[in-house]
Design a protein around this ligand. Structure first.
Ligand code: FNR
Length: 490
């Protein structure tokens, strides 16, 4: 594994806490702008994340982790790469590792949430349920610390007994995590209960890794100056703010908080820029309004359904129109520029692109695999070697093709092995700038007429979804040259 810096400095830092529905990209960027050093994403459940595909969104200039139903589960961008902590909910070391590896190159650290007391989390053995299964905590954290190149952290709640809390913190420290965030309440205590600064302080004294104090929003931290007092009272390295930041993210500003109107406008600009879901934008704005949610402004916000309507409530309709026009123009430009649309990303030593093989885009007698084979022969390279894996979750296929000593793969999972291989071949051809034989593409002259005819014979052995169906396929394959036989077989 590549050696990467395993440090994430939590000393003297203030962090935007992970918050479901609040810790999405617009809020995180806003918190960074206002002075937060570290921002956490909302807790994302491992089962959901393992199904996601990493997709470069060239229109928004983001990295999206997209579920099979095309929903964006986690969106991030270059600006926050060295500051964003990816928080997951998990009760399974291997699944946690799979998710961590999926995101590790796009985030600053990986965090495991061990504090969520909600039933949806605890009934799966996640969140605060982990606090009573320390062996599982160790297994998860050990696996992550060994398996990823980025710092690993966790967020816990305190236990009813101080001794048990300190034992747990020491066990966690021994796994090699880079820091522990401690929410100074037990899982039975509610957010309005006072936070136990003395327990956080005892944890900070018991371990030598940074401890991040959390839980002070309601009565201790009302302004930027209070962040320092809370940190000192808890004897911690840094402070993590959830509700105080949700109510007014400019609490991170050392020069003092901004008016809510200004903050809401800044937030909306990011929400529109990053195509945030309107219901999420509305939720965050309502949290900022707090007791003003019943005001005329709050009522108009409540009635807004779309991004355009939300902007209108705040007098930002021109900004909305301009942003949409900019996005549309960018979308069009990208579609017209195949180089930009097909940007390569390295995943370890594998060059990747989000590419799907669409049979209809190619003439029946030609496939990308065939083009790649011919090109390799011409270049006197060994025949391309395909390696395919199938994931159990949705039985999707993903192939990696090795050509020369380089590897290529599509980040998208296909419904059959044959399609997955074709997608890998397309990635390779696009990366090499070699024509792939799409209908309408200028004739590359790579595949000779004879071979096209041979291939046509071979192609008829495949049904449209790539399943071989002709009983006499073996006989026909005998007429093909050896490499082509291999290709048709594959
Ligand atoms: C939370 N909290 C939380 N914690 C966590 O680790 N992952 C999460 O996804 C969430 N989600 C979440 C949503 C909302 C709306 C709230 C209010 C809280 C808990 C949060 O991070 C924090 O531990 C507590 O709110 C205490 O810190 P404050 O609010 O006193 O700073």
């Amino acid at each position: 594994m590549a050696q990467t810096v395993r440090r994430l400095c939590f000393c003297d830092k203030t962090a935007l806490a992970p918050m479901v529905r609040v810790g999405t990209l617009p809020m995180r960027l806003l918190a960074l702008d206002y002075g937060a050093d570290i921002v956490y994403c909302e807790e994302l459940i491992d089962i959901k994340m393992v199904q996601c595909t990493r997709v470069l969104n060239d229109v928004l200039e983001t990295v999206d982790f997209v579920a099979p139903d095309d929903r964006v589960v986690f969106r991030t961008c270059q600006r926050e790469k060295d500051h964003v902590v990816f928080q997951m909910g998990t009760a399974d070391p291997q699944r946690a590792l799979t998710v961590a590896r999926l995101v590790e190159n796009d985030v600053a650290a990986i965090d495991v949430n061990m504090g969520c007391p909600k039933e949806y989390s605890t009934k799966g053995g996640m969140g605060a349920a982990l606090l009573s299964t320390p062996d599982k905590i160790e297994a998860i954290l050990n696996t992550l610390v060994k398996g990823v190149s980025k710092p690993v952290t966790c967020k816990i709640r305190i236990l009813p007994s101080l001794e048990n809390t300190l034992d747990l913190a020491r066990r966690i420290e021994r796994t090699g995590v880079a820091a522990i965030a401690v929410h100074g309440r037990t899982k039975e205590e509610r957010p309005q209960h006072p936070v136990h600064c003395d327990v956080i302080q005892a944890v900070a004294q018991a371990v030598s890794i940074p401890v991040i104090a959390n839980g002070g929003s309601l009565d201790l931290v009302k302004s930027h100056g209070d962040i320092r007092s809370f940190r000192e009272a808890a004897g911690a390295s840094s402070v993590m703010l959830a509700r105080a930041a949700m109510w007014n993210p400019s609490v991170f500003r050392s020069q003092g908080a901004l008016s809510l109107e200004r903050v809401m406008e800044d937030y909306i600009r990011y929400a529109v820029r990053y195509d945030n879901h309107p219901s999420n934008t509305k939720y965050c704005l309502c949290q900022m309004l707090r007791d003003r949610v019943e005001s005329p402004l709050g009522k108009r916000l409540h009635a807004a359904q779309t991004g355009a309507e939300i902007c209108e409530v705040f007098g930002l309709e021109d900004f909305y129109e301009e942003s949409q026009a900019r996005l549309l123009a960018r979308r069009k430009a990208l579609r017209a520029d195949p180089c930009l649309a097909d940007r390569l990303t390295m995943d370890g030593d594998v060059a990747t692109m989000p590419v799907r093989f669409d049979r209809r885009e190619y003439p029946p007698q030609i496939t990308p695999k065939m083009h790649l084979l011919e090109w390799s022969r011409r270049e006197k390279l060994e025949q391309p070697a395909y390696e395919t894996v199938q994931r159990p979750l949705d039985r999707g296929f993903q192939s990696t093709v090795t050509v020369g000593d380089k590897k290529y793969r599509s980040t998208l999972w296909e419904k059959s092995k044959k399609f997955a291989e074709q997608a890998a071949a397309i990635v390779c051809l696009r990366a090499l700038g070699v024509p792939e034989g799409r209908s309408g593409e200028p004739e590359a002259g790579l595949v000779s007429k004879r071979k096209r005819e041979e291939k046509r014979a071979g192609e008829s052995e495949e049904s449209s979804n790539g399943v071989p169906d002709a009983p006499d396929s073996a006989c026909r394959k005998r007429h093909l040259s050896k490499p082509l036989q291999e290709e048709v077989k594959g």
